[in-house]
Design a protein around this ligand. Structure first.
Ligand code: PGA
Length: 265
């Protein structure tokens, strides 16, 4: 794992954006795995700016979102399809038919999950997957106890996640308790993974994910098994790490290698 500790959310987003920009510049028809939540918002703003400045184009890009609520119509303001539309897609030149979010309103959600997996495979797999992390260590809606090799499926949201997401729903709105999410196995199949986290409230989950044991109790710890994962965090999210100084040192060495060879470890 590459662990990048920077000062604040702004720097987390800039570092993440540079990885996405490099990816799209080197492979214009990249397949991106995208995420919702508060954490990616600043990253999306930076990618929108890069697109509007002509630095990158999403014209040939395809995307797959991590998850969607079950039984929430696509048009519902809190659906993840709407989130992506408002926060990202409508501001960039992506071909809407190349954007996929799991279908939470299919008559046969099991079939919808299988089709989602097939659609990813048909595109040749995900080149670069963006992830946030829940306070309970979840990635996508893979809550603690999720199988480490799980595929896209229906998941029951944990009480902690329902509580954390309650802020988006009004008192009259029925908050969903089920979802469709890519599995941990699906995520691990991505060629590269970028996980971003900011704030003290994520510090415990980040410590468990990076330095804790590989365990279904902390789904993000599965990234320890990934060949090319980058965790980008701010000082607050890094505050519980035992080896933060070492990660900072490694990153300095990486920057030196980058200057000298144009490549890092
Ligand atoms: P957040 O959510 O970015 O809103 O903190 C992350 C997640 O739950 O995966």
């Amino acid at each position: 794992m590459q662990i990048v500790i920077v000062k604040n959310p702004e720097e987390v987003a800039s570092y993440g954006a540079s990885i996405f920009i490099n990816q799209i510049q080197s492979k214009p028809d990249s397949v991106l795995g995208l995420a919702t939540g508060s954490t990616p918002l600043l990253l999306y703003k930076k990618l929108i700016a890069a697109c509007q400045a002509g630095t990158i184009s999403f014209n040939a890009v395809a995307s797959f979102n991590l998850d969607e609520y079950l039984d929430l119509p696509e048009e519902h303001p809190q659906s993840y399809r709407q989130f992506m539309e408002h926060e990202f897609f409508k501001h960039i030149d992506i071909n809407r038919s190349a954007t996929r979010v799991p279908n939470g309103c299919s008559e046969d959600p099991w079939q919808a999950c299988a089709e989602y997996e097939a659609a990813i495979a048909n595109k040749g797999g995900i080149d670069l997957q963006l992830l946030g992390i829940g306070r309970n260590g979840h990635i996508g809606f893979n809550e603690p106890s999720s199988g480490l090799r799980s595929r896209t499926r229906i998941k029951t949201l944990s009480e902690a996640t329902i509580r954390d997401n309650a802020r988006f729903f009004t008192a009259e709105e029925q908050q969903p308790t089920l979802s469709i999410t890519m599995g941990i196995g699906t995520i691990l199949d991505s060629k590269k993974v970028v996980l971003m986290a900011t704030g003290k409230h994520k510090a415990e989950a980040i410590q468990q994910a990076i330095e804790g044991p590989l365990t279904a109790a902390c789904p993000a710890s599965a990234l320890q098994m990934h060949r090319d994962s980058v965790v980008i965090i701010d000082d607050a999210a890094a505050s519980h790490l035992d080896y933060a100084d070492y990660y900072r040192h490694v990153e300095q060495q990486n920057q030196k290698l980058l200057m000298k060879y144009g490549k890092s470890i």
